[in-house]
Design a protein around this ligand. Structure first.
Ligand SMILES: *[C@@H]1O[C@H](CO)[C@@H](O)[C@H](O)[C@H]1NC(C)=O
Ligand SMILES: *[C@@H]1O[C@H](CO)[C@@H](O)[C@H](O)[C@H]1NC(C)=O
Ligand SMILES: *[C@@H]1O[C@H](CO)[C@@H](O)[C@H](O)[C@H]1NC(C)=O
Ligand SMILES: *[C@@H]1O[C@H](CO)[C@@H](O)[C@H](O)[C@H]1NC(C)=O
Ligand SMILES: *[C@@H]1O[C@H](CO)[C@@H](O)[C@H](O)[C@H]1NC(C)=O
Ligand SMILES: *[C@@H]1O[C@H](CO)[C@@H](O)[C@H](O)[C@H]1NC(C)=O
Length: 660
C-alpha cells in the first residue's frame, strides 16, 4: 500500500539542487558533451515541473478539499499548508511545513497518506489521520480489525535511568529512582533544582517527535504518567502537578497528527512493583504490607480523577485506553486480592462513564508477570477490560545465542524470530478468545538485558555480548538484519503492540547506550521497519504458526452488549479484599483513608483562540453526579511510612474517625 513514497515538491527541490549542483561543482572525470548535459537538464526541469504539478493536484484533492468541507464545527474553512497563529484551520500532508508554538518549522514526512489538522477555532477537532489505513479520531476504532502499531513515550513523565541516563549520571551515585533523583535535584539549587524536571518535560519529546511517530506508520502512543501529575502529599519529594501540563500538550499534538492515546498510570502510591520506574525502589506497598489498603484507596481516587478527565467528550475518542496500574506484582500481592482491586476499579469507573461502547475508556490491566492463560475467563461479563502483556526475553537470564547470524533456513536473526513467533503468537491468540482484547503494551528490539543503566543504576547485565549490543555504531549488516527480523516477528506475533520506547537519551558521555530500546534510532539505523505493515505474515513466512486470531471478541469485551458481572464474581472478589499480603495486623484494623476531603479536578488546557462554546464544557470533570470527596487521612489513625509500612504505633482499632 505504501508504494513509492510521494515526495513533496520541497524534497524534490532539495534532490534537484543536490544532484544538479554536485555534478556541476564536482565534474566527472570526462564530462558528458555540453549538448547532452543541456538536454539532461531540460528533461530534469520538465520532470520536476510535472511531478510538482502532480503533487499539488494530489494534495489538493486528498487533503485540502476533503477537509475544508469536513470541519463542521470550525469557524473557518480556509486552508493552508502551514499551521500558525492565524487562528484559521490548517492541514497538511507529506512535505507540508509545520510551524511549532515557538515559531520553529519542520517538514512533515508521511508517505502513508496521513495528514495533520490544526484548528485553533476547535482545538478538539478529531479529523486528523496518521495514515490511510487507520480510522481518523472522529471514527470508532474497530477492535479486532484495526491493528495497533504503537510506541511508548517512556521516560518522559516517569523517569528511568536507562532512558534519560544523563540525569542519573549527574546525580550519581545517590539517584537510583525518581524519588532519589528528585531529592538530589531539589538540593542542587545552583543548577535549576527540581525545575530541571520541568525542563526535561519541555524538551525530551517535542512536536517533531510526535510528527515523526505518525510519519513512521504508527497510529497509537502509550503515555506513562505518575500519581504526582495530580498531587503529592507531605514528605513526597516528587515534582507535583507539573507533568500534567506537559501531558496535555502531548495530547494536543497527538490529536493534531491523528494518534490515539493509551494513558498508563505507571507509578502509584507505595509502589505496585518495587521497581525503580514505579517512583521508588522499595518493597511493594500497594495491596501489600501494612499500608497496602490505604495506598490502594488513594490509587482508586487517582484513577477516579483521571477517569473523570479523559471521559469528557473532548478527550474520549483521543484516549480510548486507560491502563489503571502498570505491572502490579501479582506474585507478591496475590491474584485474588488484585482481582478485588480490579473489580472495584471497574465498578467505580463504569459508575462514572456508564457501560457499553463509547462510554469512557477501555480499562487495561497488566498480566502481573504470570502466564496469560492464568487470566482465562477473568471477570466474565465485565465491560471492556484489556489484558496488557509485556513480552520481553530480556529479563529471563543469560542466553548468548547470536542475533547476528542466519538460521539453518537462511533467515536473519538466528533463533530469535522463531522464538518470538512461538512464545507469543499462540498464547496471545488464546487470550484473545479466553480473556478478550489482549495487547502488548511493551516490548523491545533487544533479546537481552544489555544497555547502559538498563538494569538500573549500579546493577549491570552479566551477558558477555553487551559490548557488541551496546555499541550500535559498530553493528554490521548481519546484525541489523537479524534485529530487524526479530522485530518483525515480534510485531506479527503480538498483533497489537506498543514498542518500549520511542527515544533513549544520551548518557553523560553523549552516547545512546541502550540502542535497541529506541524505536527512533532503529528507524534511522535500519533495524526497525519503515512500514510496520511489512511484519504481517512474518511468522507464517518463517514456517511457523501465525497468530491465527480471527478478530472476533466476546460481545461484552468490546462493549457490544450490556455487561453484567455475575453475583458469584462479586461475592468471590469483595472490596476491600479478605486478605492483604505481608500485613502485620488483621485487615479490620489496617490503616485506611476517608473520602471526605476536597476533590482535585485536573485543569484543562487553555485555548485562547477558541470560543467559550467549545472550551466551556471542558471543565475536567465528566460526571457531575460523582460528588464523593477526595481521599484524606483519618484523625488518630497511626499511618506507617507509605513505602515501608513499618508501624511505630501498632493500631488496635479500625480507622473510622473524622478526617484529620
Ligand atoms: C522530514 O524530512 C526532511 C528531509 O529529509 C528532514 O529535514 C526533516 O527533519 C524531516 N521531518 C521530520 C519531522 O522528521
Ligand atoms: C472525520 O474526519 C474525516 C477526515 O479524516 C472527514 O472526512 C469526516 O467528514 C469527518 N467526520 C465527521 C463526522 O466529522
Ligand atoms: C522549538 O520547538 C522545537 C520543536 O518543537 C524544538 O526542537 C526547539 O528546540 C524549540 N526551540 C526553542 C528555541 O525552544
Ligand atoms: C530498574 O528498571 C529497569 C528498567 O528500567 C529494570 O531493568 C531493572 O531491573 C530495574 N531495577 C530495579 C532494581 O528496579
Ligand atoms: C487460537 O485460539 C483459538 C481459540 O482459543 C483456538 O481454537 C486455536 O486452536 C488457537 N490456535 C493456535 C494456533 O493456538
Ligand atoms: C557481524 O557482527 C557480529 C557481532 O559482532 C559478528 O559476530 C559477526 O561475525 C559479524 N558478521 C560479519 C559478516 O561480519
Amino acid at each position: 500500500m505504501s508504494g513509492t513514497p510521494l515526495r513533496s515538491s520541497h524534497d524534490l527541490h532539495d534532490y534537484y539542487e543536490t544532484n544538479y549542483e554536485s555534478s556541476a561543482s564536482h565534474p566527472p572525470e570526462s564530462p558528458p558533451p555540453r549538448k547532452r548535459r543541456q538536454k539532461r537538464r531540460i528533461i530534469t526541469i520538465i520532470a520536476v515541473g510535472l511531478v510538482a504539478v502532480l503533487v499539488v493536484i494530489v494534495v489538493y484533492f486528498t487533503v485540502i478539499r476533503k477537509h475544508s468541507s469536513s470541519s463542521a464545527s470550525s469557524s473557518s474553512s480556509s486552508s493552508s499548508s502551514s499551521s500558525g497563529s492565524s487562528g484559521k484551520l490548517a492541514t497538511g500532508g507529506d512535505g507540508s511545513t509545520v510551524t511549532t508554538a515557538n515559531g520553529t518549522q519542520f517538514t512533515y514526512n508521511n508517505s502513508f497518506g496521513g495528514f495533520w489538522v490544526n484548528d485553533p477555532g476547535n482545538p478538539f477537532n478529531n479529523n486528523a489521520q496518521p495514515n490511510s489505513w487507520t480510522p481518523p479520531l472522529n471514527t470508532s476504532w474497530r477492535w479486532g480489525v484495526d491493528r495497533i502499531y504503537g510506541v511508548n513515550l517512556g521516560g518522559l513523565f516517569v523517569l528511568e535511568p536507562f532512558i534519560t541516563p544523563s540525569y542519573f549520571d549527574k546525580y550519581s551515585p545517590s539517584a537510583i529512582d525518581e524519588w532519589t533523583l528528585s531529592v538530589a535535584m531539589a538540593a542542587d539549587t545552583g543548577n535549576g533544582g527540581i525545575g530541571q524536571l520541568e525542563t526535561h518535560y519541555a524538551t525530551f519529546i517535542t512536536e517533531q517527535d510526535i510528527a515523526e511517530i505518525a510519519g513512521a506508520g504508527l497510529n497509537w502512543i502509550r503515555i506513562p504518567i505518575a500519581f504526582w501529575a495530580i498531587e503529592t502529599w507531605p514528605g513526597e519529594p516528587f515534582l507535583a502537578k507539573t507533568s500534567w501540563t506537559y501531558f496535555l500538550r502531548v495530547l494536543e499534538w497527538a490529536r493534531k497528527y491523528g494518534l490515539r492515546v493509551y494513558l498508563d498510570l505507571h507509578a502509584v502510591p507505595g509502589s505496585q512493583n518495587g521497581l525503580n520506574h514505579s517512583g521508588r525502589l522499595s518493597p511493594v506497598n500497594f495491596m501489600s504490607g501494612n499500608m497496602g489498603l490505604a495506598n490502594a484507596e488513594r490509587t482508586l481516587y487517582y484513577i477516579r480523577v483521571l477517569t473523570e478527565f479523559i471521559s469528557q467528550p473532548a478527550y474520549r475518542d483521543l484516549i480510548p485506553i486507560f491502563g489503571i496500574v502498570n505491572e502490579a506484582l501479582l506474585g507478591v500481592i496475590g491474584k485474588d486480592s488484585l482481582t478485588s482491586f480490579y473489580l472495584e476499579a471497574h465498578t467505580m469507573i463504569r459508575g462514572i462513564t456508564g457501560y457499553g461502547e463509547g462510554n469512557g475508556p477501555y480499562i487495561s490491566i497488566h498480566d502481573g508477570f504470570t502466564r496469560l492463560d492464568a487470566w482465562a475467563n477473568f471477570l466474565q461479563g465485565s465491560d471492556r477490560i484489556i489484558m496488557d502483556t509485556h513480552p520481553y526475553f530480556s529479563f529471563g537470564g543469560i542466553d548468548t545465542s547470536s542475533i547476528a547470524v542466519n538460521d539453518d533456513k537462511g533467515n536473519p536473526g538466528g533463533k530469535w524470530p522463531t522464538q518470538a513467533c512461538n512464545a507469543w503468537g499462540p498464547s496471545i491468540n488464546a487470550s484473545q478468545t479466553a480473556f478478550g482484547v489482549t495487547i502488548s503494551g511493551e516490548w523491545a528490539a533487544s533479546p537481552n538485558d544489555c544497555g547502559y543503566f538498563l538494569r538500573g543504576v549500579g546493577s549491570e547485565s552479566t551477558n558477555p555480548d553487551c559490548p557488541t549490543y551496546d555499541n550500535y555504531q559498530s553493528y554490521n549488516d548481519t546484525m541489523k538484519a537479524g534485529i530487524l527480523n526479530y522485530v518483525l516477528a515480534s510485531m506479527d506475533a503480538t498483533r497489537d503492540w506498543f514498542f518500549w520506547t520511542w527515544k533513549i537519551g544520551p548518557n553523560a558521555a553523549g552516547v545512546i547506550g541502550a540502542p535497541s530500546w529506541s524505536y527512533q534510532l532503529g528507524l534511522r539505523e535500519g533495524w526497525i521497519p519503515r512500514d510496520p505493515r511489512t511484519a504481517i505474515g512474518k511468522c507464517a513466512a518463517l514456517g511457523l504458526t501465525p497468530n491465527p486470531f480471527d478478530g472476533t471478541y466476546a460481545d461484552w469485551a468490546t462493549g457490544g452488549a450490556t455487561s453484567t458481572i455475575p453475583a458469584s464474581s462479586s461475592a468471590a472478589f469483595p472490596w476491600p479484599p479478605t486478605t492483604v499480603s505481608n500485613a502485620n495486623v488483621p485487615l479490620s484494623i489496617m490503616p485506611t483513608y476517608t473520602s471526605t476531603g476536597p476533590v482535585t479536578t485536573l485543569p484543562p488546557q487553555t485555548f485562547t483562540a477558541a470560543p467559550s462554546s467549545v472550551t466551556g464544557p471542558v471543565n475536567g470533570w465528566f460526571n457531575a453526579q460523582d460528588t464523593a470527596g477526595g481521599v484524606v487521612t483519618v484523625a488518630g489513625c497511626p499511618y506507617p511510612d507509605e513505602y515501608n509500612g513499618i508501624f511505630t504505633t501498632t493500631p488496635t482499632a479500625p480507622c473510622t474517625g473524622p478526617s484529620a
